[in-house]
Design a protein. Structure first.
Length: 303
Protein backbone atom coordinates (compact mmCIF):
# COMPACT_ATOMS: atom_id res chain seq x y z
CA UNK A 1 0.00 0.00 0.00
CA UNK A 2 1.34 3.37 -0.88
CA UNK A 3 0.60 6.89 0.20
CA UNK A 4 -2.94 8.10 -0.52
CA UNK A 5 -3.37 10.40 -3.47
CA UNK A 6 -4.53 13.51 -1.66
CA UNK A 7 -3.81 15.88 -4.54
CA UNK A 8 -6.90 17.92 -5.36
CA UNK A 9 -7.28 20.22 -8.35
CA UNK A 10 -7.84 23.73 -7.01
CA UNK A 11 -10.13 25.25 -9.62
CA UNK A 12 -13.54 26.81 -9.85
CA UNK A 13 -16.33 24.62 -8.57
CA UNK A 14 -13.96 22.22 -6.81
CA UNK A 15 -16.11 21.88 -3.71
CA UNK A 16 -19.21 21.39 -5.83
CA UNK A 17 -17.68 18.59 -7.93
CA UNK A 18 -15.84 16.91 -5.06
CA UNK A 19 -18.01 14.12 -3.58
CA UNK A 20 -19.23 14.99 -0.10
CA UNK A 21 -17.61 12.00 1.59
CA UNK A 22 -14.26 12.67 -0.09
CA UNK A 23 -14.44 16.34 0.88
CA UNK A 24 -15.12 15.37 4.51
CA UNK A 25 -12.14 13.01 4.55
CA UNK A 26 -9.81 15.64 3.05
CA UNK A 27 -11.06 18.05 5.72
CA UNK A 28 -10.36 15.38 8.33
CA UNK A 29 -6.80 14.93 7.07
CA UNK A 30 -6.23 18.68 7.39
CA UNK A 31 -7.56 18.44 10.95
CA UNK A 32 -5.00 15.67 11.63
CA UNK A 33 -2.19 18.02 10.64
CA UNK A 34 -3.52 20.85 12.81
CA UNK A 35 -4.12 18.52 15.77
CA UNK A 36 -0.62 17.02 15.76
CA UNK A 37 1.28 20.26 15.09
CA UNK A 38 -0.67 22.33 17.61
CA UNK A 39 -0.41 19.60 20.27
CA UNK A 40 3.36 19.49 19.91
CA UNK A 41 3.68 23.27 19.90
CA UNK A 42 1.53 23.53 23.03
CA UNK A 43 3.66 20.87 24.72
CA UNK A 44 6.92 22.65 23.87
CA UNK A 45 5.57 26.05 24.90
CA UNK A 46 4.64 24.79 28.38
CA UNK A 47 7.73 22.69 29.17
CA UNK A 48 11.36 23.40 29.96
CA UNK A 49 14.32 21.15 29.19
CA UNK A 50 15.13 20.61 32.92
CA UNK A 51 11.51 19.49 33.48
CA UNK A 52 11.94 16.86 30.80
CA UNK A 53 15.41 15.67 31.81
CA UNK A 54 15.07 15.51 35.62
CA UNK A 55 12.76 12.45 35.84
CA UNK A 56 14.89 10.59 33.27
CA UNK A 57 17.96 10.41 35.50
CA UNK A 58 16.62 7.12 36.87
CA UNK A 59 18.24 4.89 34.22
CA UNK A 60 16.55 1.74 35.49
CA UNK A 61 13.10 3.25 35.09
CA UNK A 62 13.95 4.58 31.64
CA UNK A 63 15.07 1.11 30.51
CA UNK A 64 11.89 -0.47 31.91
CA UNK A 65 9.72 2.14 30.19
CA UNK A 66 11.40 1.50 26.85
CA UNK A 67 11.12 -2.27 27.34
CA UNK A 68 7.43 -2.03 28.19
CA UNK A 69 6.45 0.31 25.36
CA UNK A 70 8.62 -0.80 22.48
CA UNK A 71 9.13 -4.53 23.10
CA UNK A 72 6.42 -5.99 25.32
CA UNK A 73 3.43 -3.97 24.08
CA UNK A 74 4.11 -4.71 20.37
CA UNK A 75 4.63 -8.38 21.31
CA UNK A 76 1.24 -8.41 23.04
CA UNK A 77 -0.36 -6.88 19.94
CA UNK A 78 1.08 -9.66 17.79
CA UNK A 79 -0.23 -12.32 20.19
CA UNK A 80 -3.69 -10.73 20.17
CA UNK A 81 -3.68 -10.69 16.36
CA UNK A 82 -2.88 -14.41 16.37
CA UNK A 83 -5.75 -15.12 18.78
CA UNK A 84 -8.19 -12.72 17.08
CA UNK A 85 -7.37 -12.50 13.35
CA UNK A 86 -8.46 -9.20 11.78
CA UNK A 87 -8.56 -7.87 8.25
CA UNK A 88 -5.32 -6.56 6.79
CA UNK A 89 -6.26 -2.92 7.36
CA UNK A 90 -7.39 -3.46 10.96
CA UNK A 91 -4.24 -5.47 11.64
CA UNK A 92 -2.03 -2.67 10.32
CA UNK A 93 -3.96 -0.15 12.41
CA UNK A 94 -3.44 -2.09 15.63
CA UNK A 95 0.27 -2.53 14.87
CA UNK A 96 0.66 1.21 14.25
CA UNK A 97 -0.96 1.94 17.62
CA UNK A 98 1.21 -0.66 19.34
CA UNK A 99 4.36 0.95 17.96
CA UNK A 100 3.27 4.52 18.85
CA UNK A 101 3.98 5.64 22.42
CA UNK A 102 4.14 8.96 24.25
CA UNK A 103 0.60 10.33 24.40
CA UNK A 104 0.34 14.08 25.14
CA UNK A 105 -2.61 13.46 27.49
CA UNK A 106 -0.47 11.57 30.01
CA UNK A 107 0.17 14.51 32.39
CA UNK A 108 -3.59 15.06 32.63
CA UNK A 109 -4.19 11.40 33.43
CA UNK A 110 -1.37 11.55 35.97
CA UNK A 111 -3.16 14.41 37.67
CA UNK A 112 -6.41 12.42 37.81
CA UNK A 113 -4.66 9.38 39.29
CA UNK A 114 -2.55 11.40 41.76
CA UNK A 115 0.54 10.15 39.97
CA UNK A 116 4.00 11.68 39.84
CA UNK A 117 3.58 14.78 37.58
CA UNK A 118 7.29 15.25 36.88
CA UNK A 119 7.69 11.61 35.86
CA UNK A 120 4.64 11.84 33.61
CA UNK A 121 6.17 14.74 31.67
CA UNK A 122 9.57 13.09 31.30
CA UNK A 123 8.03 9.75 30.33
CA UNK A 124 5.72 11.36 27.78
CA UNK A 125 8.52 13.22 25.99
CA UNK A 126 10.90 10.24 26.14
CA UNK A 127 8.38 7.87 24.57
CA UNK A 128 7.28 10.39 21.96
CA UNK A 129 10.82 11.14 20.79
CA UNK A 130 11.75 7.44 20.65
CA UNK A 131 8.55 6.74 18.70
CA UNK A 132 9.63 9.18 15.98
CA UNK A 133 12.74 7.08 15.32
CA UNK A 134 11.35 3.65 16.22
CA UNK A 135 8.05 3.56 14.32
CA UNK A 136 9.48 4.21 10.81
CA UNK A 137 12.12 1.50 11.31
CA UNK A 138 9.98 -1.26 12.82
CA UNK A 139 6.61 -0.83 11.06
CA UNK A 140 7.88 -1.79 7.56
CA UNK A 141 9.50 -4.88 9.08
CA UNK A 142 6.28 -5.87 10.87
CA UNK A 143 4.09 -5.51 7.75
CA UNK A 144 4.95 -8.56 5.71
CA UNK A 145 3.65 -8.28 2.16
CA UNK A 146 3.01 -4.54 2.43
CA UNK A 147 5.32 -2.02 0.81
CA UNK A 148 5.78 1.23 2.71
CA UNK A 149 8.61 3.71 2.88
CA UNK A 150 10.30 4.13 6.24
CA UNK A 151 11.37 7.62 5.21
CA UNK A 152 7.79 8.65 4.40
CA UNK A 153 6.76 7.69 7.93
CA UNK A 154 9.81 9.30 9.53
CA UNK A 155 9.38 12.50 7.53
CA UNK A 156 5.76 12.96 8.62
CA UNK A 157 6.67 12.40 12.30
CA UNK A 158 9.74 14.65 12.18
CA UNK A 159 7.95 17.59 10.58
CA UNK A 160 4.63 17.17 12.37
CA UNK A 161 5.88 16.28 15.86
CA UNK A 162 9.58 16.72 16.54
CA UNK A 163 10.06 20.06 14.78
CA UNK A 164 7.05 21.78 16.44
CA UNK A 165 8.15 20.43 19.84
CA UNK A 166 11.66 21.84 19.38
CA UNK A 167 10.27 25.19 18.19
CA UNK A 168 8.03 25.36 21.25
CA UNK A 169 10.90 24.56 23.61
CA UNK A 170 13.10 27.24 22.00
CA UNK A 171 10.37 29.87 22.22
CA UNK A 172 9.71 28.92 25.85
CA UNK A 173 13.43 29.21 26.69
CA UNK A 174 13.96 32.57 24.97
CA UNK A 175 10.56 34.29 25.12
CA UNK A 176 8.71 32.96 28.14
CA UNK A 177 5.98 35.61 28.10
CA UNK A 178 5.22 34.92 24.45
CA UNK A 179 5.11 31.19 25.16
CA UNK A 180 2.69 31.67 28.05
CA UNK A 181 0.33 33.70 25.88
CA UNK A 182 0.48 31.44 22.81
CA UNK A 183 0.37 28.04 24.56
CA UNK A 184 -3.35 28.23 25.52
CA UNK A 185 -4.24 29.14 21.93
CA UNK A 186 -2.32 26.14 20.59
CA UNK A 187 -3.91 23.88 23.18
CA UNK A 188 -7.41 25.06 22.25
CA UNK A 189 -6.64 24.70 18.54
CA UNK A 190 -5.44 21.12 19.02
CA UNK A 191 -8.55 20.27 21.04
CA UNK A 192 -10.84 21.74 18.39
CA UNK A 193 -8.93 19.97 15.62
CA UNK A 194 -9.28 16.66 17.49
CA UNK A 195 -13.05 17.11 17.63
CA UNK A 196 -13.16 18.03 13.94
CA UNK A 197 -11.07 15.05 12.83
CA UNK A 198 -13.13 12.63 14.94
CA UNK A 199 -16.39 13.98 13.49
CA UNK A 200 -15.01 14.07 9.94
CA UNK A 201 -13.67 10.55 10.05
CA UNK A 202 -16.80 9.29 11.83
CA UNK A 203 -18.95 10.68 9.01
CA UNK A 204 -16.55 9.69 6.22
CA UNK A 205 -15.90 6.19 7.53
CA UNK A 206 -19.32 5.56 9.05
CA UNK A 207 -20.00 2.31 7.13
CA UNK A 208 -16.55 1.00 8.12
CA UNK A 209 -17.08 1.92 11.77
CA UNK A 210 -20.48 0.22 11.79
CA UNK A 211 -18.82 -2.87 10.35
CA UNK A 212 -16.40 -2.93 13.30
CA UNK A 213 -19.23 -2.99 15.86
CA UNK A 214 -19.79 -6.56 16.93
CA UNK A 215 -16.51 -7.72 15.40
CA UNK A 216 -13.44 -8.94 17.24
CA UNK A 217 -11.75 -5.55 16.63
CA UNK A 218 -13.29 -3.98 19.74
CA UNK A 219 -12.52 -7.02 21.88
CA UNK A 220 -8.95 -7.01 20.57
CA UNK A 221 -8.67 -3.30 21.43
CA UNK A 222 -9.89 -3.81 25.00
CA UNK A 223 -7.55 -6.76 25.60
CA UNK A 224 -4.64 -4.85 24.09
CA UNK A 225 -5.19 -1.80 26.29
CA UNK A 226 -5.67 -3.82 29.48
CA UNK A 227 -2.53 -5.86 28.78
CA UNK A 228 -0.53 -2.69 28.05
CA UNK A 229 -1.68 -1.13 31.32
CA UNK A 230 -0.77 -4.27 33.27
CA UNK A 231 2.70 -4.36 31.69
CA UNK A 232 3.42 -0.73 32.58
CA UNK A 233 1.99 -1.01 36.07
CA UNK A 234 3.95 -4.14 36.92
CA UNK A 235 7.20 -2.62 35.64
CA UNK A 236 6.60 0.69 37.40
CA UNK A 237 8.58 -0.10 40.53
CA UNK A 238 7.40 0.08 44.13
CA UNK A 239 6.28 3.70 44.35
CA UNK A 240 2.52 3.91 43.77
CA UNK A 241 2.64 7.35 42.13
CA UNK A 242 5.19 6.10 39.60
CA UNK A 243 3.41 2.78 39.00
CA UNK A 244 0.17 4.56 38.14
CA UNK A 245 1.86 6.87 35.65
CA UNK A 246 3.81 3.98 34.11
CA UNK A 247 0.68 1.88 33.73
CA UNK A 248 -1.39 4.60 32.10
CA UNK A 249 1.56 5.91 30.09
CA UNK A 250 2.09 2.46 28.58
CA UNK A 251 -1.59 1.86 27.85
CA UNK A 252 -2.31 5.32 26.44
CA UNK A 253 -0.75 5.15 23.01
CA UNK A 254 0.24 8.16 20.91
CA UNK A 255 -2.95 8.88 18.95
CA UNK A 256 -1.33 11.84 17.19
CA UNK A 257 1.54 9.80 15.75
CA UNK A 258 -0.70 6.82 14.91
CA UNK A 259 -3.31 9.01 13.21
CA UNK A 260 -0.70 10.88 11.20
CA UNK A 261 0.95 7.66 9.98
CA UNK A 262 -2.35 5.91 9.25
CA UNK A 263 -4.01 8.87 7.59
CA UNK A 264 -1.09 10.03 5.48
CA UNK A 265 0.53 6.73 4.46
CA UNK A 266 -2.30 4.23 3.84
CA UNK A 267 -5.27 4.17 1.47
CA UNK A 268 -7.16 1.34 3.20
CA UNK A 269 -9.77 3.04 5.44
CA UNK A 270 -9.64 0.14 7.92
CA UNK A 271 -6.16 1.25 9.01
CA UNK A 272 -7.38 4.60 10.30
CA UNK A 273 -10.63 3.08 11.53
CA UNK A 274 -8.70 0.73 13.84
CA UNK A 275 -6.55 3.60 15.14
CA UNK A 276 -9.69 5.58 15.96
CA UNK A 277 -11.38 2.57 17.56
CA UNK A 278 -8.42 1.92 19.86
CA UNK A 279 -8.23 5.64 20.61
CA UNK A 280 -11.91 5.91 21.55
CA UNK A 281 -11.96 2.67 23.53
CA UNK A 282 -8.77 3.74 25.28
CA UNK A 283 -10.20 7.15 26.16
CA UNK A 284 -13.17 5.60 27.95
CA UNK A 285 -11.31 2.67 29.49
CA UNK A 286 -8.31 4.61 30.77
CA UNK A 287 -10.45 7.43 32.18
CA UNK A 288 -12.35 4.81 34.19
CA UNK A 289 -9.14 3.12 35.33
CA UNK A 290 -7.50 6.47 36.07
CA UNK A 291 -10.48 7.69 38.08
CA UNK A 292 -10.55 4.51 40.14
CA UNK A 293 -6.80 4.63 40.77
CA UNK A 294 -7.06 8.27 41.81
CA UNK A 295 -9.95 7.54 44.16
CA UNK A 296 -8.10 4.68 45.81
CA UNK A 297 -4.88 6.68 46.06
CA UNK A 298 -6.72 9.59 47.64
CA UNK A 299 -8.34 7.28 50.15
CA UNK A 300 -5.07 5.64 51.05
CA UNK A 301 -6.14 2.34 49.55
CA UNK A 302 -3.42 2.21 46.90
CA UNK A 303 0.31 2.57 47.31
Amino acid sequence: MGKPDCSVQVDAGMVETLPFTEFILVFGQLAVLVFVVCSMLAMGLTLTVPQIIAPLKDIRMVVLALLANFVLVPAVALLILVAFPLSEGLTIGLLIVALSAGAPFLPKLAQITRGDPAFSVGLMVLLMVVTIGYLPLVLPLALTGVTISAWDIARSLIFLMLLPLVVGLVVRARYEEVAESVAPVMSQASGLALVVLLVAFFVGYFPDLVGVVGSTAILASVLFLLAAFAIGYLLGGRDGATKRVMGLGTAQRNLGAATAVAGLNFTDPDVLVMVLVVGLVGLVLLMVIGGELGRRAGGGGLR
